[in-house]
Ligand binder design. Structure first.
Ligand SMILES: [Zn+2]
Length: 1047
């Protein structure tokens, strides 16, 4: 080892120059992390594959400015030098440096770190008079040459740099080591990687523009971090998260504080930040620091909404003044990828003749316009584009950004679906080849290794009950009588996903990132590759499968639990039933069980009797369990979103009266029971580090709407406890109109808190309670194919079982802190999944109604129910139309001051008049008399679409009669509406897509040689599997939404 001294001239983020002298040790052996290493390097961890055409070594400038391109997972064999990484750390700050470190850690990215400055033969000391940049470039080049020699010339090495002098100087020095520009590299090696090309274009454009920035100040400077910290400590400043009011995005934002223990009750509803100067470049979600303004400058928030909301008018109603402040600094930016729309080019857009700067409008109304420099301004008109923000200087009215990728033309189905995904930070790239190879690894699939597994194949009659056509069967059941009928044994057997998905494997990382399967209106994105979810893990009928089982031994008479057994098993499901079939068997109706079709009549009868008996026993147990929970106060709720996941009718989020079969509840009850007992087990074994799910009781004030609405109809809702609430909801039934009870349950759902995953160490035991299910402990164990939480729980349970002594060494568990971080991540992803599902449903509604003329098309007219009279100055009636599941306000007063007046036949028109609001109804008075709109009245609405081009379209409802809607057409089954709606929109989009494809087919394809420059030489195993998956998606009607319960 050689010791030298190294002098660093660093420039800190704040611009100070620092001179640092460090001792520097050089070694001969520094790992190369290449699988073609000839020198026996100690290559722990990630290594670069050997079957590539070259490795690529980016220069410092490339890593600093173009890291995003290197983040593309298709680029393989990337060697990051220590020189480049340190440069990122020093010049770009922690955020960017962490991104680079995460990239290096993530096994899904094929890149490694080479400690070139510790390698004796690649290190070059800085020469006198040599500029830092030149020296760094020389270091990186020297590292590239070292690689080529170290790998004995078996791998070509390409250094990429934006320094043209370096290209001239180095490119011909060594054969096998190429030095080229980023653009040349992409063009020669990755001609088909359009995303990378686009990104290169937009980043280099943005870099050029940056140099020509003006210097007139538009905002005050942010205070330095030390000053902010001291100010927060002394109480002069307040720290919080900025939330922009989406109806008044230009002017109104609130700071919400995490720490509500703040004694100042004035602040409990947050601090208002009014206007963009006070907001001082802070954006939605940023962690900011505010200073309160003097009381004389406090303002209220604007409360009135009128038709065409969003346009600000002065002189509207304001609430009483709130604490009002201005942003003095930003602790943490919450920048993400944004979808923007490039507006039509108008004279006013370009500031000068040569300027390519465009003010793009973000899809999210809360985000300010973003200035993008591009040469494609014309081509991108009317397109939705993903952009990233680079900076927002105090001299600039708008943030500066660059485009990342073009999604497509605004308004097209695929563009809009992608927009929804990106806006919710949902990344669902295709599963990689490496992942799929890992999943079908034979050592995991060979069925002869059952060590430590209990074999239930002969002893237990196991069956599954799912919606028709369900492929990913993650739960099965068994029930049998023991000890001559004195005991009953109930069994729940769940797919043993963690047997196949090893912790830390590529598949595991991807599943963890996704955290859940995403269900949109017309498609789904699986958490696990199809080879696992629909085959290896899926508990299909007639084949041997691994399971995680819970077996309860119950007293046959009292059904009290004697014993519980948890463990790994091997099962063979005898019947794959669907709900309708199971219910028919229970009802004693004549049925055809497919598994028995081939048998002789005697054998068939025996087997059917066996199955019937098992189903009856199961129903008996489930009834008992349900009654037990009912006594504790379990709630049965209904809601648009909740129903969407529970739907077995093969509609997407159909909010139609469903005739629930008892067998639905039976299965759900057994799953709830298993989840509960597993929760108890892991909580008892790991009091501080188990993953549970809690459902906090709702805040009483959220029930006001529910209580008032019910009262208007003569019902009393008691919200003092979940039990009282459940009982009073059961009572609130209007025999004339079943919709009333459903609407009340919908309102109850809306008042509920969100159920959350958490680590047991972060909460006191009394906080573990699940309010909705009335259970003291709960978790998710029964759907590991669709939810990552269940995978975590399976792993915890496995360790808990192992700790009981019999099997093997115990693995280190995640700490309380790590587990809580995981819980937060899953909670966040679940929220995103829910929002995306809701947005996609609204998208389909809009696409459907956009195609029709609301004035002439009868399908645009529907029945709706008034479900609330809001307690504010808003003259709107929230209504709900069950046929299409559409919810929204109707306006009773317009801009011109006219009101809705109903004639003798109920038909409505705009007339000048006045409006009065009462607790349970609104009346309008005009020259033709007065009209009344009561809570729960059925009215007729016309549905149209309000298009906004840059944002999501919105459904617009207009009251056309204050009487119920009577269709002139024969009434179609109500449940059909939503289903057809989705089908039709998909059909139209497919036609458009086909036309576009035909057009694209005429374009020249890439030559074979061009394609062979790509780095991966292995055949694409994935594409084959993906095709199969896509087949399944297309046939969505056959693939039900979610088979199990939510809760
Ligand atoms: Zn090596």
């Amino acid at each position: 080892m050689i010791k030298t001294e190294r002098i660093l001239h660093l420039k800190s983020c704040r611009g100070r120059k620092v001179r640092v002298v460090r001792e520097h040790y050089l070694r001969e052996r520094v790992p190369c992390y290449s699988s073609v290493c000839q020198a026996d390097c100690v290559n722990d961890g990630k290594v670069l594959p050997g079957d590539l055409t070259h490795y690529v070594v980016p220069d410092v400038g490339v890593v600093v400015d173009y890291l995003e391109i290197l983040e593309d997972r298709e680029l393989q064999g990337v060697v990051f030098t220590q020189t480049a990484c340190q440069a990122v750390q020093h010049s770009k700050g922690r955020r960017q440096y962490n991104r680079l470190r995460n990239l290096l850690k993530d096994p899904r990215h094929d890149c490694v770190l080479f400690a070139n400055e510790f390698q004796e033969y690649s290190y070059c000391p800085r020469e006198k008079g040599e500029s830092q940049e030149k020296w760094q470039t020389r270091c990186v080049y020297s590292a590239a040459v070292w690689y080529y020699n170290h790998l004995a010339g078996m791998m070509d090495v390409v250094m990429i740099t934006e320094d043209q002098e370096a290209v001239a100087q180095y490119s011909s020095l060594n054969s096998g080591v190429y030095v080229i520009s980023v653009q040349d590299y992409l063009q020669n090696f990755w001609p088909q990687l359009q995303a990378a090309h686009d990104l290169y274009g937009s980043i280099s454009q943005a870099l050029q523009e940056k140099e020509s920035e003006g210097n007139e100040r538009e905002f005050s400077e942010h205070l330095p971090a030390e000053v902010l910290e001291a100010g927060i400590k002394s109480g002069r400043y307040i720290q919080g998260t900025l939330n922009v009011n989406k109806h008044r995005a230009q002017t109104e934002a609130f700071i919400t504080m995490e720490d509500l223990s703040n004694k100042n009750t004035d602040m409990s509803c947050g601090v208002l930040v009014y206007g963009d100067k006070n907001r001082n470049r802070a954006m939605q979600g940023d962690m900011v620091v505010v200073e309160l303004l003097p009381k004389s400058e406090w303002r209220g928030k604007v409360t009135a909404l009128t038709e065409g909301q969003g346009d600000e008018k002065s002189g509207e109603d304001e609430s009483k003044p709130l604490p009002t402040g201005r942003v003095v600094g930003i602790l943490q930016r919450h920048w993400r990828d944004y979808v923007v729309t490039f507006p039509p080019r108008e004279g006013s857009q370009s500031q000068s003749r040569n300027s390519q700067r465009i003010l793009a409008v973000p899809w999210d109304r809360r985000i300010p316009k973003i200035r993008i420099s591009t040469q494609q301004a014309d081509a991108l008109q009317d397109h939705r584009v993903v952009v990233r923000i680079d900076s927002w200087e105090s001299t600039s009215l708008y943030p500066n950004g660059h485009s990342v990728r073009v999604l497509g033309r605004a308004g097209e189905l695929e563009t809009e679906v992608q927009t929804i995904l990106i806006e919710n930070c949902i990344h669902v790239p295709p599963f990689s080849d490496a992942q799929v190879r890992e999943d079908v690894c034979p050592s995991k699939t060979e069925p002869h290794i059952h060590v430590g597994r209990r074999d239930l194949r002969e002893s237990h009659l196991v069956f599954s009950i799912d919606p028709k056509g369900c492929e990913d069967v993650d739960d099965t059941l068994s029930v049998r009588s023991l000890a001559g009928g004195k005991l009953l044994e109930l069994g729940v057997h769940i797919a043993d996903v963690t047997h196949f998905v090893t912790e830390g494997s590529l598949t595991d990382l991807e599943a963890r990132t996704r955290a859940t399967t995403y269900y949109l209106a017309d498609r789904r994105y699986d958490m696990l590759p199809a080879v696992l979810s629909a085959d290896l893990c899926s508990l299909l009928g007639g084949v041997d499968r691994y399971a995680m089982s819970v077996l309860w031994e119950l007293d046959a008479h009292t059904l009290a639990v004697n014993k519980v057994w948890f463990g790994r098993t091997i099962i063979r499901s005898a019947y794959q039933l669907h709900y309708e079939l199971a219910q028919a068997i229970l009802n004693g109706e004549p049925t055809e069980v497919p598994e028995l079709a081939q048998l002789g009549s005697e054998e068939k009868d025996t087997k059917l009797a066996q199955l019937t008996q098992a189903l009856e026993m199961l129903t008996h147990v489930a009834r008992h369990l349900r009654a037990q929970r009912d006594r504790g106060g379990a709630l049965e709720l209904e809601g648009v979103e909740v129903r969407a996941q529970l739907d077995e009718e093969r509609n997407i989020t159909a909010l139609v009266p469903r005739q629930p079969l008892e067998v639905h509840e039976t299965v759900a009850e057994c799953m709830i029971y298993a989840n509960h007992w597993v929760a108890r087990k892991i909580q008892e074994t790991f009091p501080h580090q188990a993953l549970l799910r809690r459902h906090p009781p709702p805040r009483q004030e959220f029930f006001n709407l529910l209580v008032e609405s019910a009262k208007a109809r003569g019902f009393t809702i008691d919200t003092r406890s979940n039990k009282a609430l459940a009982d009073s909801l059961d009572q609130a039934v209007d025999p004339e109109d079943p919709l009333v009870n459903r609407l009340l349950r919908m309102m109850t759902t809306q008042a509920m808190s969100e159920a959350l995953y958490f680590s047991t160490g972060t909460q006191s035991i009394d906080q573990y309670y699940h309010y909705g299910l009335a259970l003291d402990r709960y978790t998710h164990f029964t759907s590991p194919i669709r939810r990552y939480a269940d995978i975590v729980v399976h792993r915890l349970l496995t360790v808990a079982i192992a700790m009981e002594g019999e099997v093997g060494p115990v693995k280190a568990l995640a700490s309380n802190k790590e587990l809580e971080e995981m819980a937060q991540h899953i909670n966040k992803k679940n929220r995103a999944a829910k929002r995306a599902q809701k947005l996609s449903t609204e998208l389909f509604q809009c696409l459907y109604f956009k195609e029709r003329d609301p004035q002439t098309d009868q399908r645009c007219v529907a029945d709706a129910v008034i479900y609330s009279i809001r307690d504010d100055a808003v003259l709107t009636l929230p209504v709900f139309s069950p046929r299409y599941g559409v919810k929204g306000p109707v306006y009773l007063k317009n801009r011109e001051g006219q009101v809705v007046a109903a004639g003798h036949d109920g038909s409505c028109e705009w007339q000048s008049g006045s409006v009065r609001r009462y607790p349970d109804h609104i009346t309008t008075a005009s020259s033709c008399g007065s009209s009344t709109f009561r809570l729960f009245d059925h009215i007729t609405v016309r549905i149209s679409v309000h298009s906004t081009h840059c944002h999501a379209d919105r459904i617009n409802l207009e009251v056309i009669s204050n009487r119920p809607y009577h269709s002139t057409e024969p009434q179609q089954p109500r449940s059909q509406g939503r289903c057809q709606l989705v089908q039709e929109v998909v059909r139209l989009a497919e036609e458009a897509h086909q036309q576009a494809q035909e057009k694209a087919a005429r374009r020249p394809k890439l030559s074979r040689e061009e394609r062979e420059f790509c780095q991966s030489k292995t055949p694409n195993l994935y594409s084959l599997l993906e095709e199969i998956r896509e087949e399944a998606l297309r046939d969505l009607n056959m693939v039900p939404q979610v088979c199990a319960t939510t809760a």
